[in-house]
Write a protein that binds this ligand. Structure first.
Ligand code: MLT
Length: 276
């Protein structure tokens, strides 16, 4: 695990491989540890970087206030700067996808390509926002266990919940390692996020949408809206998987990812143009 002080926090991240960078953005309320299988299955010539986003895993939280998706995106850009990287491919699942949209909005030049897995472009409904604020209060009062109880049954398919006890406890451990205050701040940050469909027509980079048919948190319709809305975007389904599709069927997820990476057009960054 590597670490550095950046953007007012101490960020920790995992790295594998060398070559062109892919940054993995994790779901709520997990950590970069959810990407281990994808990090070890990256094709030759690719470097995987999986940060613990602000307040998750081993990364610290910084000053008080909601952890907005924009703030998490700024942290990721500070990490790219720290690593001397102009651009990266970003692969975000669920909350990680919300951060991906925040990157497209605020730092579009840093995004070489985007994988949006089990996520959505819409903002929360008023009821959804209220539910997050209530859950944040409950987590502050009762601890991280409150969010585990509320979310764990919805994160994995019934098939995985019944047949893969090791996976259930792995997910539970990733969730429980987060401090209640930081979980609450991320809930408040997600509640504030704007809809991202206004970005669709401006997206110039390759996009892959991945979804799964047993996702109990985000319906497939949301993935179809993203795939139809962004020019050239493709939708790949992970069958018989719940919300955390990369953990339930790591080989299928990694094969979609590898295929996408290996077919990307060459990167043209300001640096490569200068070298030409
Ligand atoms: C996630 O997996 O990141 C969360 O389910 C996202 C959300 O609650 O909207």
């Amino acid at each position: 695990m590597q670490q550095a002080g950046l953007n007012g926090i101490r960020m920790h991240w995992r790295e594998t491989g060398s070559g062109e960078p892919v940054v993995f953005l994790h779901a709520f309320p997990l950590s970069g540890g959810m990407w281990d299988a994808q990090l070890s299955a990256l094709p030759f010539g690719w470097r995987g970087i999986a940060p613990d986003l602000r307040g998750f895993g081993r990364s610290t939280a910084g000053p008080a206030g909601p952890h907005t998706m924009e703030l998490l995106a700024d942290d990721v850009v500070a990490l790219l700067d720290h690593l001397g990287l102009t651009q990266a491919v970003f692969c975000g699942l669920s909350m990680g996808g919300y951060v991906g949209f925040a990157l497209l909005r605020k730092h579009p030049g840093r995004v070489r390509a985007l994988i949006l897995a089990n996520t959505r472009a819409s903002a929360d409904s008023p009821e959804g926002r209220l539910g997050r604020i209530e859950l944040a209060a409950k987590v502050r009062a009762q601890g991280t266990r409150a969010v585990v109880d509320a979310m764990l049954p919805k994160l994995l398919s019934d098939h995985a919940t019944a047949g893969k006890p090791g996976l259930v406890s792995e997910v539970q451990q990733l969730m429980m390692s987060n401090q209640p205050e930081n979980v609450a701040r991320a809930l408040e940050g997600m509640a504030e996020r704007p809809a991202a469909d206004d970005l669709f027509s401006a997206v110039q980079v390759p996009v892959l949408v991945i979804h799964s048919d047993d996702d109990a948190i985000i319906p497939t319709g949301d993935a179809q809206i993203m795939a139809r809305g962004m020019r050239g975007a493709r939708l790949q389904m992970v069958h018989d998987a719940g919300h955390l599709s990369n953990l339930e069927h790591p080989a299928v997820f990694s094969s979609y990812l590898s295929d996408f990476l290996l077919h990307l057009p060459p990167a043209f960054t300001i640096d490569s143009l200068k070298l030409a």
